[in-house]
Write a protein that binds this ligand. Structure first.
Ligand SMILES: Nc1ncnc2c1ncn2[C@@H]1O[C@H](COP(=O)(O)OP(=O)(O)OP(=O)(O)O)[C@@H](O)[C@H]1O
Ligand SMILES: [Mg+2]
Length: 261
């Protein structure tokens, strides 16, 4: 019988985080004053982590996620995705990193209404200059994994909210990014469809090894994370972080109460 050691051998290369934020700030001008919306956020996600950030409405979740995705630029601080600095170089370089390394899932889906599910899902490949035909087996299995293979010829308008969100998750995964960022992906869904979407994101991580960061103001969604980080007034509260999930929703509520959020 062979034994498997949990810790890496001493000479193993250090694991490069899939996502690292260091000292991130984002200020916005409000009535002539510069107001911090994201305040000194630092954390890292290891490969295959499924992490959630819990924060009330207005706490800066979307602003933070846009910084992490390179959709917005920080006022100060650093974002690295799989070891690449998102702040270095010009917009074209940033866009190239985004297209290959980051999938983004939006609350309101952002599917193109005139394209079928399959065309929406394979759009990122076209943008990368690849023919979806070459990747048919893989995209078909992605549609299977998300339970929407039978809907691939439909237009978005003929889908339920949950089905639209599954299609947008498949699209986020089409280019095989190591990282998926999801901004309130259940915010526009019924409670049942929302639970299914969160459990699908977990199975995406289990099956494809994708690192996933989901931000939400819903304690039930947050509880699904292996790690739950808490954001309040633009700052993370590391003393409250939960590790070793998934958790019960009561664990998240207890932390919120301790934090007075
Ligand atoms: N473009 C902008 N200009 C000025 N202020 C902004 C802008 N975008 C967001 N804000 C402010 O930044 C704060 C955080 O907004 P953000 O959208 O990041 O919060 P959120 O946590 O995602 O909220 P929600 O849960 O409602 O989506 C809010 O006070 C908001 O009013
Ligand atoms: Mg938001």
């Amino acid at each position: 019988m062979t034994s498997v050691s949990a810790s890496p051998p001493p000479d193993a290369a250090p694991v490069v985080p899939v996502l690292e934020a260091r000292g991130l700030f984002r200020f916005r001008r409000d009535e002539g004053r510069e107001v911090p919306i994201v305040r000194d956020v630092s954390f890292a996600l290891a490969p295959r982590e499924f992490a959630t950030i819990m924060g009330p409405s207005g706490s800066g979740k979307s602003t933070l996620l846009h910084l992490l995705a390179g959709l917005d630029r920080p006022s100060a601080g650093l974002v690295q995705v799989a070891g690449e600095d998102l702040g270095a170089g010009d917009e074209e370089r940033r866009a190239a990193i985004r297209r290959r390394r980051i999938g983004f899932v939006f609350q309101f889906f952002h599917l193109l209404p005139d394209l079928t599910v399959e065309e929406n899902v394979t759009l990122p490949l076209r943008i990368l200059g690849q023919s979806p035909r070459q990747h048919r087996t893989r995209t078909d299995s992605l549609l299977e994994l998300l339970g929407i293979a039978h809907l691939k010829r439909r237009l978005p308008a003929a889908l339920s909210g949950g089905e639209m969100q599954r299609a947008s998750i498949a699209r986020a995964l089409a280019a095989q990014p190591p990282l998926v960022l999801a901004d309130e992906p259940t915010g526009n869904l019924s409670s049942k469809a929302g639970e299914e979407v969160v459990s699908l994101l977990r199975s995406v991580r289990d099956n494809l090894g994708t690192t996933i960061l989901l931000v939400t103001h819903n304690p039930r969604d947050a509880a699904a994370g292996d790690r739950v980080l808490f954001l309040h007034d633009g700052a993370l509260r590391p003393e409250a972080e939960l590790r070793g999930g998934p958790f019960g929703v009561a664990d998240v509520f207890a932390r919120l109460q301790e934090l007075g959020i």
